[in-house]
Design a protein around this ligand. Structure first.
Ligand code: HEM
Length: 448
């Protein structure tokens, strides 16, 4: 089925999901849950031991906290994973793992454990019920502790499976080769790619987003800790300052080139665009992916030193938008339409023929769109006296081969921005649908 002809079918499916009595995914409806800071929980558990004898319920102790933190959690369970159309949080820790065992049972056991932990941590609880000290003095704590005093801060944890999990070097380690969706093909090489293998690929990815960086790092660290012997960290990336808005409730942030980024992104409040371009339809390919999505990451160095020496005129030509207001060139305000046909002095297009927004626009690409959800990064120096800074680009789409690939091919060939950026890392993952209560991350893949 083409991206265009999916119509209302998926929407109907979503509506049904919403009425089946199960919790909605945090992505589409970041339903507030009463939250606890881990310190409160930690304190309450400690106090609970003392108070239990007196017949005092721990729940009652925590009740006054609900109002205070009610907006800080995003529902974990639901028909889609959270962290996709969830309003983009301010911070990110992304990690890609290699699976280092050949045992399917060990892998599934880890995914079950991870799911339990993810449900707890996204609710603002410690990674395990016995927590930072509950396991006793002579055991390693089952939560590492650095988030104990912190709220969930809208933590979302989103999992994805890379092509190499299904088959690598001709080996089908986990009996998954025939479950690999066609959409999960390796990305082709694009003009100008300078990819570093150590920053690319991976069998499993976890995207942790939160408004508090320590909460995101804590979540990834605890998953990596529990995965010891099954997975090993291949690469990871910290991100700050979201570079997209994914909801009309958010203002448009700026990227490290100083431009508003995310203006014409797909927004959660546009269900038909989300349905057409983000969620996999049951009829698309592999049925285990229905309600899921595909995730493309690109670590893009931004050559900020040459950029900072270019004129404002050149900077605006490159993007096709005004730096201050974010308005398309020739227009007045940020959300004005792109006038791609408008001509200026001497009949030249007002928006350059190679402007980034022109080449990435649906108008130029036969209607294709993607959901962008990236973050800025700075990781020290490149060793040549420059900051190693840029955009950790994240795109969600229903089929990367039909959406991301043609878009990036067009940009890689002609984008005026190409002179100021370098793609150094790349990965693609199949993001399974949301987890229902009692299921685990990937259960639709492993149990069907
Ligand atoms: C460092 C690299 C990049 C920077 C700094 C950047 C920045 C921007 C900015 C400032 C805009 C205009 C505001 C907006 O509508 O969001 C924009 C638009 C857009 N960008 Fe990028 N971008 C980068 C890479 C990419 C890549 C790799 C892709 C996809 C392959 C992409 C896809 C898009 C799309 C689809 C739009 C909206 C175009 C429209 O319909 O107006 N960008 N980008």
């Amino acid at each position: 089925m083409s991206l265009q002809d999916k119509g209302g079918q998926d929407k109907a499916g979503q509506d049904k999901d919403g009425q089946d009595g199960r919790p909605q995914g945090g992505d589409s409806t970041p339903a507030p849950r009463p939250g606890l800071s881990r310190r409160r929980l930690f304190g309450a558990v400690g106090a609970g031991a003392v108070l239990a004898g007196a017949g005092v319920a721990v729940g009652r102790l925590t009740a006054p906290e609900a109002a205070e933190t009610s907006s800080s959690t995003v529902t974990f369970h639901g028909s889609h994973q959270a962290g996709i159309v969830t309003p983009a949080q301010d911070r990110m820790h992304f990690v890609a793992f290699d699976v280092i065992t050949d045992s399917r049972d060990e892998l599934v056991a880890m995914l079950k454990k991870w799911t339990e932990m993810a449900a707890r941590m996204t609710a603002g609880e410690e990674a395990a019920a016995d927590g930072a000290i509950g396991a006793g003095e002579y055991n390693p704590p089952t939560d590492t502790g650095e988030a104990l005093d912190l709220h969930a801060s809208k933590l979302t944890l989103t999992i994805g499976f890379g092509p190499s999990l299904f088959e690598a070097n001709g080996k089908d380690r986990f009996g998954l080769a025939d479950k690999r969706p066609a959409a999960l093909a390796d990305l082709p090489k694009f003009t100008g790619d300078a990819l570093e293998p150590a920053r690319s690929g991976g069998d499993i990815a976890i995207q942790a987003c939160s408004d508090d960086p320590q909460v995101a790092v804590h979540a990834v660290r605890n998953l990596a800790r529990v995965g010891f012997g099954v997975v090993a960290v291949r690469w990871s990336q910290l991100g700050f300052g979201r570079t997209s808005s994914t909801s009309t409730s958010q203002t448009t942030p700026r990227n490290l080139f100083g431009f508003k980024d995310g203006t014409r992104n797909i927004k959660a409040e546009d269900p038909s665009a989300v349905s057409e371009f983000v969620w996999v339809d049951p009829q698309d390919d592999q049925s285990w992916m229905a309600g899921g999505s595909y995730l493309v990451t690109r670590r893009i160095r931004m050559l900020i030193e040459p950029w900072d020496r270019t004129t404002l005129h050149e900077q605006e030509r490159v993007f096709g938008r005004s730096k201050g207001s974010g308005a398309p060139l020739g227009q007045k305000t940020e959300f004005d339409d792109l006038q791609l046909e408008a001509k200026g002095a001497g009949g030249k297009p007002v928006i350059d023929k190679n402007a980034h927004v022109r080449l990435a626009s649906a108008e130029e690409l036969g209607g294709i769109q993607i959901l962008r959800r990236g973050y800025n990064f700075t990781d020290g120096t490149d060793g040549f006296g420059h900051l190693d800074a840029g955009l950790f680009f994240i795109a969600y789409c229903r089929d990367p081969q039909k959406q991301f690939v043609p878009m990036q091919q067009s940009l890689a060939r002609n984008d005026a921005l190409g002179e100021y950026i370098k793609h150094v890392g790349s990965a693609v993952f199949a993001v399974p649908p949301g987890v229902r209560e009692g299921d685990y991350w990937g259960s639709t893949l492993f149990e069907t």
